[in-house]
Design a protein around this ligand. Structure first.
Ligand code: SF4
Ligand code: SF4
Length: 207
């Protein structure tokens, strides 16, 4: 059985109803944002630009395992791992991330990569101003993603804290770089020669 047609308003009432919507909107609070002059604070857990974190002595948390790259649905991450050596060490364990790139032309900021990371090396910041007119500039390198140095940290490469192992780093037993770490970095970069014994001399940490 055919449905009864619904009762409609007389034609002249429709424009009046339309003006009613406009009239009500005139008294609502304006939502216009003055971006970029006035930047809005994001939610604390906003998914913004990524960051590669460090241990408290400055060694890198990334172990080059590529789990983040495999978890990424947009194929936006490229990782190449490499072995640490006693002369050139970037992380406490066996391996480190030698090459690390995130392509922000592909990334959808979903956060699956940071969930996959076993060492909490990869997290996301609140920074959202990632737009650029160049595709090449949208590929962020390890140097751009690596966290800055905080107090007590020394830039890589350098040795692990004497008397500790990789597990101690994850137990929170290493809280700052050991004395002499500055010299180790300088020697490995060829900026300073090793002492007669070939060992690094004690020197205050340059925070
Ligand atoms: S946030 Fe999502 S899309 Fe972006 S790199 Fe991580 S997993 Fe890939
Ligand atoms: S960021 Fe995490 S998941 Fe990605 S390679 Fe490094 S350690 Fe592995």
């Amino acid at each position: 059985m055919a449905e009864e047609p619904k009762e409609t308003k007389p034609g002249f009432q429709n424009p009046v109803a339309g003006f009613g919507v406009t009239f009500k909107a005139m008294f609502k609070k304006r939502l216009t944002e003055q971006y970029p002059e006035q930047k809005k604070t994001t939610a604390p857990r906003f998914h913004g630009r990524h960051q590669l974190n460090r241990h408290p002595d400055g060694l890198e948390k990334c172990v080059g395992c590529e789990l983040c790259a495999w978890a990424c649905p947009a194929d936006a991450i490229y990782v190449e791992g490499a072995d640490n050596t006693d002369e050139e060490r970037y992380s406490p364990g066996e391996r480190y991330g030698r090459v690390y790139q995130i392509n922000y032309a592909r990334c959808i900021l979903c956060g699956l990569c940071i969930e996959a990371c076993p060492t909490r090396a990869l997290t996301m910041t609140n920074e959202f101003e990632l737009a650029d007119s160049s595709r090449a500039n949208l590929i962020y390198t390890k140097e751009q993603l690596l966290a800055g140095l905080e107090e007590g940290m020394v830039d890589t490469p350098h040795a692990i804290f004497p008397g500790t192992d990789e597990q101690d780093y994850y137990r929170g037993l290493v809280t700052e770089a050991a004395p002499g770490t500055v010299r180790q970095v300088a020697v490995s970069k060829g900026e300073q020669s090793a002492g007669p014994s070939g060992a690094a001399e004690d020197q205050e940490v340059d925070a």
